[in-house]
Design a protein around this ligand. Structure first.
Ligand SMILES: [Fe+2]
Length: 127
């Protein structure tokens, strides 16, 4: 499991969704070279969008001062993710594509959670 306790924000909804995201990424890694890789990517993309939308709703309802900036990070990530997905759809599960996806998906998410989601969690819990 890629998720670990250091990624916890203390906000139940966010932590549950983050765990689910990492569970799906685990699946993605397991899918390996098979056809399931493409399927799992589609599923993950939808879940990422749903999760970001839920997080952004919390930012807005709690009047988070960095809401707009945080949404920008999410939007950029969705763009990067869908570009990688397109490249994968065109070229197939080459080693290069799988490495790029794994690195981007896991790397970005972890650092985003540790820096930006944690910052929001501090704000949210101080209200
Ligand atoms: Fe976020």
């Amino acid at each position: 499991m890629l998720w670990n306790k250091s990624l916890e924000t203390g906000i139940a909804l966010i932590d549950t969704q983050h765990k689910e995201l990492f569970r799906q990424i685990d699946d993605l890694l397991d899918a390996g070279k098979g056809n399931r890789f493409g399927e799992t990517l589609n599923f993950l993309e939808k879940y990422i969008v749903k999760h970001f939308t839920d997080e952004q709703k919390m930012h807005v309802t709690s009047k988070y001062p960095k809401a707009a900036k945080h949404k920008e990070y999410h939007d950029n990530y969705v763009t990067v993710f869908s570009k990688l997905k397109e490249k994968y759809a065109k070229e197939g599960p080459t080693l290069e594509n799988r490495i790029a996806i794994n690195k981007t998906v896991v790397g970005w998410l972890k650092s985003h959670i540790l820096v930006h989601d944690r910052e929001f969690a501090e704000y949210y819990k101080s209200l």
